[in-house]
Write a protein that binds this ligand. Structure first.
Ligand code: NAP
Ligand code: G3H
Length: 486
């Protein structure tokens, strides 16, 4: 098959499977067709793992675990650095693949690869600094100093990593790198759209020297093999990013294993009358529309105080109309949505809101999966778009009486990922931030995950646990105490 490190499918009959010796054609068995969002056509196929093959993969990982958990930290770190270098070397090809598979524009695709390489390097370094502690018994009543606990961190075992389509490289790497650095082995279930990306980064890990019994990518449709993977008795931890619906399903199926769940969001940008309006506009527009709004942290509603609502909405609409719309190769901001079903969902939500009285400040236009960006003003609480996550290029504006109403409306959401407050009164912003029931509050900036050593947390339906280099390392290892009785 491919002679370069990165395998890019060349057409609908190209079916790929990643084995220990590299790429092979799919031989017997089921295949999964991967559709390109731009063409709407099959761009290639991947092998659909059977439950038997999943068992074989996990068995192989269990063998690998015996060696990997004993591999010196410096050696694990060195291999991770080499993997990051491989990603960087192959960034242009990987970006081509992301453009094809998920229609992410070239600049953002390249950023995703670079960010992933940076994440791996940082994790390799941070993992070296995970230290334990020593406790002496005499701090507790009735005990003596002759009892000493040495507390350290140990791996969990087999980690199941399930990333979503919108960051098939980055949200795979942010799971795999801390898991491996912590001494775990990883079974990666890539998203269907993003399956080629998932297999390619796994292959680059092999090329970097990471053994093929330490990470294995198993491809297949989530709803077909997902339950089997999630409830597998030999999976020791699940690290999932995706929709709240799937996350809740996984939480019901998983049996007594730690879960790290990063789920959906409905992040609000609250704009107060004393805000720097141009700064708010710039952050809101890039926050809402980059990668066509297909980001968990996208600004998904603006809550603006009435006094400045006309001014802000006009400025936002003007900037949105200047956004580039089209193909990922042309570096357009708004590109075709991941599927026709996704585009239908957004389109229906927009039209429903308009039929209920919302006013579109931008022309309504759709060509297949390509939905042109929409700013909806005069959105009210009875509209679906005020509460649901569209995962597409639509920004609802809700007019409010004051900051307190904004906080109440933000908190009334089932989600609790992030919120933004735009005001020049930073003390007030701090007071309001205290009241917001979200994982992160951004003051005078758009909602977003990075930098990736910051904690990334969701409350309520937005998730469980914390991501971020150090937090992920902690989540994918556990404490172990060895007590010396002198
Ligand atoms: P999704 O449909 O929930 O899929 C996410 C992943 O789960 C995919 O790999 C999918 O595989 C897999 N999956 C589906 N059903 C499964 C099952 N029964 N068991 C195990 N795995 C299963 O989400 P998406 O459409 O890819 O991503 C969009 C959603 O993710 C949005 O709601 C967004 O807000 C959220 N998201 C959240 C964050 C965060 O950090 N909070 C980050 C990114 C995205 P298939 O592709 O094969 O179905
Ligand atoms: O889609 C969810 C991602 O975790 C968001 O990351 O804010 O860097 O785009 P981002």
């Amino acid at each position: 098959m491919s002679e370069t490190s990165v395998f890019i499918p060349s057409g609908p009959n190209d079916c790929a499977k990643l084995g220990p010796t590299g790429w092979t054609s799919c031989q017997d068995g089921a295949e999964v067709a991967i559709y390109g969002p731009v063409s709407g056509q099959v761009i290639g196929k991947v092998h659909a793992y059977t439950t038997h093959e999943v068992d074989e993969a996990i068995e192989k990982l269990e063998q690998g675990y015996q060696t990997w958990k004993r591999t010196l930290l410096v050696d694990r770190a060195r291999l991770l650095h080499q993997w990051a270098d491989k990603l960087q070397e192959n960034a242009p090809q990987l970006a081509n693949l992301l453009m094809l598979e998920i229609a992410k524009n070239r600049r953002d695709s390249l950023d995703e690869i670079q960010r992933s390489a940076d994440f791996i390097h940082y994790t390799a370094e941070e993992g070296l600094r995970l230290t334990g502690e020593t406790l002496f018994g005499d701090a507790f009543p009735g005990q003596t100093r002759e009892k000493v606990s040495m507390v350290g961190r140990v791996p969990l075992g087999v980690v199941l990593a399930i990333p979503p389509f919108n960051y098939p490289v980055n949200l795979a790497v942010t799971k795999i790198a801390p898991a491996l650095m912590g001494g775990n082995v990883v079974i990666l279930k890539p998203p269907t759209q993003g399956a080629f990306a998932g297999m390619n980064i796994t292959n680059l890990a092999y090329e970097a020297g990471i053994p093929d019994n330490v990470i294995i990518a198993v491809t297949g449709v989530g709803r077909v093999i997902g339950d089997y993977l999630v409830a597998h008795p030999k999976v020791n931890m699940i690290n999932f990013t995706g929709s709240t619906q799937t996350g809740q399903h996984i939480a019901q199926k998983a049996i007594m294993v730690p879960l790290l769940l990063e789920l959906g969001g409905k992040d609000a940008a609250i704009v107060l009358p004393d805000a720097d309006i141009d700064r708010a506009r710039d952050n809101i527009v890039s926050g809402a529309f980059s990668f066509s709004g297909q980001r968990c942290t996208a600004v998904k509603r603006v809550l603006v105080v009435k006094d400045i609502a006309d001014q802000l909405s006009a400025k936002v609409a003007e900037k949105v109309m200047a956004l580039t719309v089209g193909n990922p190769e042309d570096d357009c901001v708004v590109t075709p949505l991941i599927s026709t079903q996704a585009a239908d969902f957004v389109w229906d939500m927009i039209n429903e809101a308009i039929s209920q009285g919302a006013v579109s400040l931008t022309p309504l236009r759709r060509e297949g999966n390509l939905v042109y960006p929409v700013v909806l003003d005069y959105v009210t609480r009875d509209m679906r778009v005020a509460w649901e996550e569209p995962f597409g290029p639509v920004l609802p504006i809700i007019r409010i009486d004051g900051a307190e109403e904004g906080v109440a409306l933000a908190n009334a959401s089932e989600y609790g990922l992030q919120a933004a407050i735009f005001t020049q009164d930073v003390s007030r912003a701090f007071m309001l931030a205290e009241e917001l029931d979200v994982g992160t509050v951004q003051i005078n900036g758009k909602t977003s995950r990075g930098p990736d050593h910051f904690p990334f947390v969701g409350t309520k339906a937005s998730g469980m646990g914390a991501q971020g280099v150090r937090y992920s390392l902690l989540a994918m290892t556990r404490l172990k105490s060895t007590v010396l009785n002198i």
